[in-house]
Ligand binder design. Structure first.
Ligand SMILES: Cc1cc2nc3c(=O)[nH]c(=O)nc-3n(C[C@H](O)[C@H](O)[C@H](O)COP(=O)(O)OP(=O)(O)OC[C@H]3O[C@@H](n4cnc5c(N)ncnc54)[C@H](O)[C@@H]3O)c2cc1C
Length: 537
């Protein structure tokens, strides 16, 4: 194993939550979660699962007059850990939410460099221990102008599974786990989580917040509801979506905009019938003023064109999306959405934590919002279980979360910055954008100087939020290499990996994975908890 591979898989194992109960008193007795979207119910479930059990009362307050956003149908592999920590089987939740497996994301049309017009961002697998070193070493050789194969698509089992429409759950005898994510109907997922939370003791109240009362210390004291009633807790979680009623409006927490880094602020979404295939991947295709997602559920596809309103009107975006899908004359409704990329300056402010869209939204390119919902709730549970809700705990919570949101933003920004399209002002402006964070500038400078970025990522100097494999897949995938006309013959050392052997290894390994569509028809129970977690935090 090369040094690069060891770095990825050695120090990055995150301990599973033991789930042990405690007799200690919780530092707060009653937590009110305001908002019944995915963020509200995920938070409530994780709080109800804390070591304090029923001694920590959790209430979800949801407005009967404001609906949920109802988009967000892709996840990262972290969602697998969410369900595992709650003991909820895929065989139970996936069919109820029309869910499918996700082995990664295909990026099509972002680069015009020959041979790099598309690439697959593969989710990690234990098998990568055998193929990461050849990939990284070949990328370094290619950066040094050696003529070796350095495109990510042939190095990872997840890419092979996505190509062959296989479910990323191998037969039990195969010892290499794959770290997969999911696609799901977001409205059905919300309903499922609500059902589970209520079964596990979470109180559900319908009520529309019209005012927030503050105590003398400035903390939130109670919520005034439209029907004249009040609701008080010791601690609050603001899951009110982009409205950010508690943290943003009542507490006046500043918002840090990412608009200078990321231009997209609007989307138009369409649901369309299946053409038969259920690929275990999201497809992200670059269009003229943004990109379109294609997400396969068991019952339909979800599509959405994410674009910048500075460059394109909603009417033109919808027309372009329909044209792209061949649905110009189809009688299928489209939904238009606006969003604001950015984050709360202090996700935990006074006696309130913001979660979900009330806290941060980068943009949906890597489907990361639910990852932050989960991590925020897990970090809150950890602080509660430590019994430490003081200023230092708050600061550490905020610093950790903000750094991770910005690391993830930088990874997403890199997709836009490295594009080579010249067909519209939108793509040219993205390539010319110099509003890059200092760590991202350092990472790109290092790469463009043909130096390894592995050590910098491992140390957290730059590239925080994504593992080494993801950064190499992105930069090599779009072909950010010295000009191919300047390539030289590889040395013997550089030419030591046989792509034919790697192909054979992955082909033979892929035989241990079932057909995706067949597997979804009758998902078997999980034989063992996930054995692989890749470091993000
Ligand atoms: C275009 C787009 C694509 C996305 N794609 C993805 C993706 O692929 N993957 C991903 O992880 N995420 C994605 N997201 C984000 C995802 O949709 C959200 O993170 C997720 O749905 C959680 O939303 P939420 O619960 O924070 O807010 P919402 O769903 O908006 O819920 C807000 C809740 O607050 C309640 N509320 C509001 N006002 C009041 C009030 N006055 N009183 C009481 N209650 C109130 C509402 O009733 C509602 O229950 C996407 C977002 C957008 C905009």
């Amino acid at each position: 194993m090369s040094e690069a591979t060891a770095t990825v898989f050695n120090h990055n194992v995150v301990a599973q939550r033991p789930g042990a109960r405690t007799d200690a008193e919780p530092p707060v007795r009653h937590i009110v979660v305001v908002g019944g979207g995915t963020a509200g119910w995920m938070t409530a479930l994780l709080l109800a699962n804390s070591a304090y059990g029923a001694r920590l009362k959790v209430t979800v307050l949801e407005s009967p007059q404001v609906g949920v956003i109802g988009v967000g149908e892709g996840s990262t592999p972290w969602l697998r850990g969410f369900f595992e920590s709650l003991g909820i089987e895929e065989a139970e939740w996936m069919p109820e939410c029309h869910a499918t497996y996700k082995a990664g994301i295909s990026f099509d049309g972002w680069s015009t460099r020959p041979g790099h017009e598309g690439y697959f961002h593969a989710f990690a697998s234990m098998l990568d221990n055998m193929t990461m070193a050849p990939f990284i070493d070949n990328v370094h050789a290619r950066l040094d102008r050696a003529d070796v194969y350095a495109h990510p698509d042939r190095f990872f089992i997840s890419a092979r599974l996505a190509r062959d429409c296989k479910a990323p759950r191998p037969q039990e005898s195969f010892p290499f786990d794959v770290w997969y994510g999911f696609h799901f109907d977001s409205v059905l997922l919300g309903r499922f989580l609500q059902k589970k939370a209520v079964q596990r003791g979470v109180q559900h109240i319908a009520g529309h917040v019209v005012d927030v009362q503050r105590s003398e210390t400035g903390d939130i004291a109670s919520l005034t509801l439209k029907d004249g009633g009040t609701l008080a807790g010791d601690f609050y979680v603001d899951c009110t979506g982009f409205a950010s009623l508690l943290t943003g409006k009542a507490l006046g927490t500043p918002f840090v905009s990412f608009k200078d880094n990321l231009f997209n602020d609007a989307a138009v979404a369409i649901q369309a019938p299946h053409d038969g295939a259920i690929m275990p991947k999201t497809i992200s295709t670059a269009l003229r003023h943004g990109w379109v997602w294609k997400i396969p559920l068991t019952t339909r596809y979800g599509y959405g064109y994410v674009y910048s309103s500075d460059f394109c009107t909603p009417e033109n975006a919808e027309k372009e999306l329909r044209g792209h899908l061949g649905l110009l004359d189809a009688d299928i409704p489209a939904r238009h959405l606006k969003f604001r990329p950015g984050r709360s300056a202090q996700p935990w402010n006074r006696n309130c934590v913001a979660n979900g869209l009330a806290q941060s939204f980068i943009e949906p390119l890597e489907a990361t919002t639910l990852l932050f919902v989960q991590r925020t709730a897990e970090m809150l549970v950890a602080a509660l279980e430590k019994g430490d809700m003081g200023e230092a705990a708050r600061k550490q919570f905020n610093d950790t979360l903000n750094a991770r949101v910005e690391g993830t933003r930088d990874y997403i920004v890199t997709h836009f910055k490295t594009n080579t399209r010249t067909d519209t002002d939108y793509w040219r402006a993205n390539a010319a954008n110099t509003n890059l964070s200092a760590p991202l500038q350092q990472l790109l400078r290092t790469w463009l100087a043909s130096k390894p970025i592995t050590a910098g990522i491992a140390k957290g100097t730059f590239g925080r939020g994504y593992p080494i494999m993801s950064w190499y897949s992105l930069l090599a995938g779009v072909g950010l290499f010295p000009d191919h006309r300047e390539m030289r013959a590889p040395t013997r050392q550089e030419a030591r990996y046989s792509m034919a052997e790697i192909d054979t290894l992955l082909d033979r390994s892929a035989m241990n994975f079932p057909d995706h569509r067949e597997f979804l028809r009758a998902i078997p129970p999980k034989p063992k908890p996930s054995s692989l977690q890749v470091y993000f935090w």
